[in-house]
Design a protein around this ligand. Structure first.
Ligand code: GLU
Length: 263
């Protein structure tokens, strides 16, 4: 099912979580980024269009300025994101240039999705970048967004992006293999749910844990993202981004994940 979904989709939004981008020591995994960019280049050569939603500003900031590690104050965290976002995009720029691709950056907040003029401008920018063969990379504008104007997690941000761009498919890469009936980090007999068609049935049948090491999300925000895009008929795949050649492995069926095909 996943290979067919990818094969049949032209416009794909891919979200990469902080846990996928960062190594265990908290530094940015540049090898992963190079490999990922090369796989995106492969898909683009096949006629696909890709928009990336990349987390990692905060974790990149921390690995650049580790003396701020213990500072929980909002101003420090926003300042960290200002520092980390540059590092993050610098790493993406290097990774994509190895595959002869250019990138463009969009930093968005919740307000941007609520205002008709702004959404029109975002759409136009995305369409122009993609038409010109540039890969747009989106993150939340963490240095200006706070509390009620914050989306807060990139799962929901990528869902809003997929809707705004009329994507055919949303892929969330995380550090989990998909949705399980129990938390796979706690229970060894947890079973992967390969296809979700009914969200309320799913919510009743699984136990939802808390967010993981670096990311803001956790499984709940992934389910929210699935629900958001489903309302617009966009399917979503949740898969583990840590595996080698993840995009290719999903496309050729050698890696599994959870597909959300909600009616
Ligand atoms: N925007 C945050 C960052 O780049 C990540 C949000 C998330 O983890 O979903 O650090």
């Amino acid at each position: 099912m996943i290979p067919t979904l990818i094969n049949d989709s032209r416009k794909i939004v891919i979200k990469i979580g902080s846990n996928t981008l960062a190594k265990e020591d908290g530094t940015i995994n540049r090898d992963f980024m190079s490999g990922f960019a090369a796989q995106c280049a492969g898909l683009i050569k096949k006629g696909k269009q890709i928009v990336l939603v990349s987390s990692g500003a905060q974790v990149a900031g921390l690995s650049t300025l580790d003396r701020w590690v213990r500072k929980r104050d909002i101003h420090y965290r926003q300042a960290l994101c200002a520092i980390g976002q540059v590092e993050l995009m610098n790493s993406w720029r290097t990774a994509f240039s190895e595959s002869n691709l250019r990138i463009g950056q969009l930093l968005l907040t919740k307000d941007d999705f609520l205002d008709g003029h702004r959404t029109l401008n975002i759409r136009n920018t995305l369409f122009t970048l993609v038409d010109e063969g540039v890969v747009p990379i989106i993150n939340e504008n963490d240095s200006v967004a706070f509390d009620e104007i914050r989306i807060g997690d990139n799962d929901n941000l990528s869902a809003l992006t997929a809707i705004l761009w009329d994507a055919d498919l949303l892929i969330l890469f995380s550090d989990v293999d998909g949705v399980f009936d129990k938390n796979p980090k706690e229970f060894r007999d947890a079973k992967l749910i390969e296809k979700v068609t009914d969200m309320s049935e799913l919510r009743n049948s699984i136990s939802i844990g808390t967010a993981n090491a670096f990311g803001s999300g956790g499984i709940n925000t992934k389910l929210e993202a699935g629900e958001k895009v489903a309302a617009y008929g966009i399917p979503m795949i949740l898969a583990n981004g840590a595996h080698q050649d993840v995009l290719e492995a999903l496309a050729n069926g050698s890696q599994s994940g959870t597909v959300f095909l909600l009616s």
